[in-house]
Design a protein around this ligand. Sequence first.
Ligand code: NAD
Length: 496
Amino acid sequence: MTASTSWAQRATELRLDGRAVIDGQRVSAVDGQTFAKHSPIDSRFLTDVVRGQTADIDAAVRSARAAFDDRRWSGKAPAVRKKILQRFADKILGAKDELALLETLDMGKPIQHSLGVDVPSTARCIAWYAEAVDKVYDEIAPTGDNALALITREAMGVIGVIVPWNYPMIMAAWKLGPALAAGNSVVLKPSEKSPLTACRLAELAVEAGIPPGVFNVVPGYGHEAGEALALHMDVDAIGFTGSTRVGRRMLDYSGRSNLKRVYNELGGKSAFVVFNDFDDIARAARTVAGSMFFNQGESCNAPSRVLVHDSVADEFAALVAAEAPKYAPGDPLNPNTELGALVDETQLKTVMGYIDAGHAEGATCAAGGRQVRTETGGFYVEPTVFTGVSNEMKIAREEIFGPVMSVLRFKTEEEAVALANNSNYGLQASVWSHNINRAHRVAKALRAGTVHVNQYDEDDITVPFGGYKQSGNGRDKSLHAFDKYTELKTTWIRLD
Ligand code: NAD
């Protein structure tokens, strides 16, 4: 019996249900339409999934609005919402094997990561907002004696949530946590490439005591269910995570409908800047490889542009190229696998297209570069390192969303900062230096929502996550996320 047999066996016994969850019930599409969902691991058929249309979104929004208006959730005391959301988090942990397996089958990430990262992070996010909600106070303005001015936060109403496939549960939780804790109702449209855990989460929410209608899920395609949700006249805000291309559309949908708030968490091309005064180049190389190849490189914050000081660039490139084979793609159901399958054939072709572009533009492929495991019927690409990359090349400018790293060189601190900031994106960045002045100086100069110093992936729900420039607006995570899903109300009371 191989290490992966038990997960492979459990995969065959797993209950798969692609129906929507509206008003606390599993339902088919109004017109009965579905699409077939296959696994990127080996192209096996998983299940038919609801192909939501305007009528399904209408039903879900009606249910969410009714729940908001009769205050079955928004009217509960924060301490009560807290208890129920904590139970929701416990239910997620209680179903961890099932959720992890669903996530891995649906989008191809290694089971050890679904189990060790995605499920616990999702539960922690929900629990963290649950615990926060009865500890956040409102404000009283400094008025004269003749007035009392209250500044309060109120739930916004119905929140539409549209998320991508790379971390399906975590991305949903980053919106659900603050939106539900604040008392809103939610309609979630998961990616058509990874809909299964979202539907299961909505069932667990009802089991935990979140009233029916408060959290609805409608699977479907972006141009159908997604567009209907973003254009809906009775949705108060859209929490979107996805590509910059679709993020632009969100702003357009808002303008064409009811001017709903739009919060965009978009793409990235994060710079990882290594100075020659950092004395452990090998650690920097290990870190960048680990962060870049985690989740098959399908991370918005993947450090895909590595800028290295000229004097250590050759040594660094050799170290990082030696790291790459440690992330050889394997069976995602094998608990030892570090790098799984890309999400689908389209993504595979996109990534291979960028690898071709790297060769064509004259970069040197120092590691990887090939599609592998074709005999499985799945979509696997070797971790790939390009050296000799210039910032004008396509592989340095565009988000690849696959395991492809570009290594560039710089000679001065000024040049490093200019190169790092020369991007349409501004999600994250990293600076490696033992000179405290330089580390602070560069961290301040980098135009990114998060700057890491001498590390990359240390992260927590306690800190904001989001981008400058075309990486988005607003912030997920931390108490700041409440700003997205609450309205500020001023109540000015005259005192006679
Ligand atoms: P995508 O933009 O193609 O799709 C995201 C979601 O939008 C999906 O649910 C999709 O069905 C929906 N959608 C697509 N077209 C739509 C339309 N016309 N109207 C309404 N909805 C539509 O992105 P993706 O390929 O699923 O995800 C990858 C992208 O997500 C990358 O660019 C990545 O950087 C980004 N991302 C950003 C963050 C962040 O926090 N900044 C986190 C994760 C992923």
